[in-house]
Design a binder for this molecule. Structure first.
Ligand code: ARG
Length: 593
């Protein structure tokens, strides 16, 4: 369905044109003074400069034109010019009800699919193999999953790639630590020529312990660190025994990662990683040199990325270190080559900590300069801020360690569980199941409702509250609607509801209807700007609008059955819009809570 704002703007454009003004001034926006009007057009102010007239005169002229054609235009119940040159509008109630009935009939509630199957790669998650997922990886997973779900719903072919860190120094560290612990393993016997065992030489529990131990050792023991570097280098250059260990690390760690991502309801189309880029790197380095982009500098191979328009000087992108090792940027460029070859996406979206901003500027520029990516292909890096504790410092465990993601999830589930137990009569088992659903919403909404680039404070109390701008509040609203619908069904003996949404009879009813009508606009915009927080803001406003309506109208006690059926249709639509939106944010509602 066409968006309400576009419908109104089209109407306004006709009036501007009929008065001899350019249509570009006719853009209508949501009102920022809901007490005065629902929508407004501010174009007369800009037009005044171009046409050298008073803004109010232009606004009045357009208003008169619109009022004159009121008979033809069923859109408005109020059209008025206000000082200094605003045009204030209210929607005609019948038109609005008709629009909502249209939404109810459509499969995606009136959403069009601007995507038309175009491929977009979303690079998110970014877990590092053999290191446990920690809260730092939470934001990437949560934001990325939501962006991907929105894109798919809008008709894009979204490919989510977890892009594992599976090729770095942590591998050499683990190999050398393993050697110290179990020197008799065949992988360390240089004269061994047989097949390597199928059975991994460690469990996930051991692996999780090996990496931190090795990492600590490498900081204290320079010799150990050098060994780890050599092992990494050997692995990257195809040394068979180490590759066999690597395979085991991958298998054991991946099973665990998948379990954790599943728990977050985060799912990837591709489980690729830095190691997959390896095959492209020799060609890449040669090509960058051939094109005259890469040159030697102090033994390293670098590409200059400065552009005239830069306001500050940017360091060159290092492609190969003096010791021959490839780097993070090299691996991202290799990955781009592979993605172009396999998927030729129309757009790339990367979601990482904002401290990686420079890295992505460098990589994107090199990829475009070398022609690996078309000039017009958008390369978007969403850099997110830090999740802080209540002390304003990066979130830590009580004893100051790095919080593991699974512990964080367990904490929030428990907080929600206690709340549910406090005020509801559910069996323990039900409460536990519900707490998991609500806990996930608390966690994800707590994150997504902040603008990604900003730091935020992880506040367990606030996030898990059933009131205020929280995930549980949104779920609670949906559950409340479900419960009204159930009671209505019971009272009507399970008959299908007749009728349709009617023109609003009261203010809060109309407010709810106006919010619902914004749905397709908000969703398209939230995706276009890669801004899930805008969808959160919308559902919070919508939930508030519903609760205002619910406070003012006794739905189940309504005697006028046509009116009652109209309300039932209205709240079904509210439930459906809310449910679609939370699903796109990455969580769902329980049956009760
Ligand atoms: N593994 C990286 C980290 O933990 C994130 C990877 C992000 N994706 C990318 N293509 N560089 O920081």
């Amino acid at each position: 369905m066409e968006k309400i704002l576009d419908l109104i703007t089209a109407e306004m454009s006709k009036a501007f044109a009929a008065c001899g003004y350019d249509e570009s001034y006719a853009r209508v926006v949501l009102s920022n003074r809901p007490d005065l009007c629902e929508y407004q057009c501010n174009g007369a102010m800009a037009a005044a400069k171009a046409y050298k007239k008073r803004p109010f005169d232009i606004a009045s002229e357009v208003v008169t034109k619109l009022q004159g054609s009121r008979e033809q235009s069923p859109l408005f119940s109020l059209i008025e010019a206000a000082m200094p040159g605003f045009i204030n509008l209210r929607l005609n109630g019948e038109f609005l009800a008709g629009y909502l009935n249209g939404m109810s009939r459509e499969e995606k509630l009136g959403l069009e699919e601007p995507g038309r199957g175009e491929t977009i790669i979303v690079d998110y998650g970014g877990a590092n193999v053999a290191k446990p997922l920690h809260v730092g990886h939470l934001r990437s997973a949560v934001i990325g999953e939501s962006v991907k779900r929105m894109g798919s719903f809008l008709g894009y072919h979204m490919i989510g790639d977890v892009h594992l860190g599976d090729w770095g120094l942590q591998m050499g560290l683990i190999i050398e630590e393993l050697r110290d612990r179990k020197p008799d393993l065949v992988y360390f016997d240089e004269s061994y020529t047989g097949e390597y065992p199928q059975e991994p030489p460690f469990t996930i529990g051991e692996l999780e312990e090996i990496y931190p131990a090795a990492s600590k050792k490498s900081k204290e023991d320079g010799n150990f660190k050098e060994r780890a570097q050599t092992a990494t280098f050997k692995l990257q250059n195809g040394y068979k025994p180490f590759h066999a260990i690597w395979e085991h690390i991958m298998a054991v760690s991946l099973a665990d990662l998948k379990k954790n991502y599943d728990r977050l309801d985060v799912h990837f189309e591709l489980w690729k990683g830095e190691s997959d880029a390896e095959a492209y790197i020799p060609w890449l380095i040669e090509d960058l040199q051939k094109k005259g982009l890469a040159y030697e500098s102090q033994g390293a191979l670098v590409v200059d990325i400065t552009q005239e328009s830069d306001s500050k000087e940017l360091p060159p992108c290092i492609i190969r270190k003096s010791d021959g090792a490839a780097l993070y940027a090299t691996s991202d460029l290799g990955t781009i080559l592979e993605r172009e070859k396999l998927y030729s996406p129309r757009k790339y979206i990367y979601i990482t900590d904002k401290r990686q901003e420079l890295h992505f500027i460098q990589v994107f520029r090199v990829a475009k300069m070398a022609g690996y990516i078309k000039e017009e292909t958008p390369m978007v890096h969403i850099g997110f801020g830090t999740m802080n504790g209540k002390d304003g410092k990066p979130f830590k465990t009580r004893d100051g360690g790095i919080m593991r993601l699974e512990h964080l999830i367990a904490d929030i589930d428990e907080a929600v569980y206690n709340r549910i137990r406090e005020n509801r009569t559910m069996t323990d088992e039900e409460a536990e199941k519900t707490a998991k659903i609500v806990g996930l919403a608390a966690l994800k909404y707590g994150d997504l409702s902040n603008q990604a680039a900003k730091d935020y404070i992880f506040d367990l109390e606030r996030f898990s509250s059933f009131e205020g701008n929280t995930g549980p509040y949104i779920l609670y609203t949906i559950v409340r609607i479900k419960s009204i619908l159930k009671k209505y069904q019971e009272a009507s003996g399970g008959q299908a509801v007749s009728g349709e949404i009617l023109e609003a009879a009261g203010d809060t009813e109309k407010m709810l209807m106006l919010e619902l009508a914004n749905y397709n606009e908000v969703l398209e915009n939230a995706f276009a700007e890669t801004a899930p927080h805008k969808l959160c803001q919308y559902i919070y406003d919508l939930a508030n609008a519903f609760n205002g309506f619910y406070r003012d109208n006794k739905i189940l006690a309504q005697q006028d059955k046509t009116r009652q059926a109209g309300w039932i249709h209205l709240i079904i639509l509210a439930k459906d819009v809310l449910s679609v939106c939370i699903h796109l944010l990455g969580f769902d509602a329980p049956e009760q809570m």
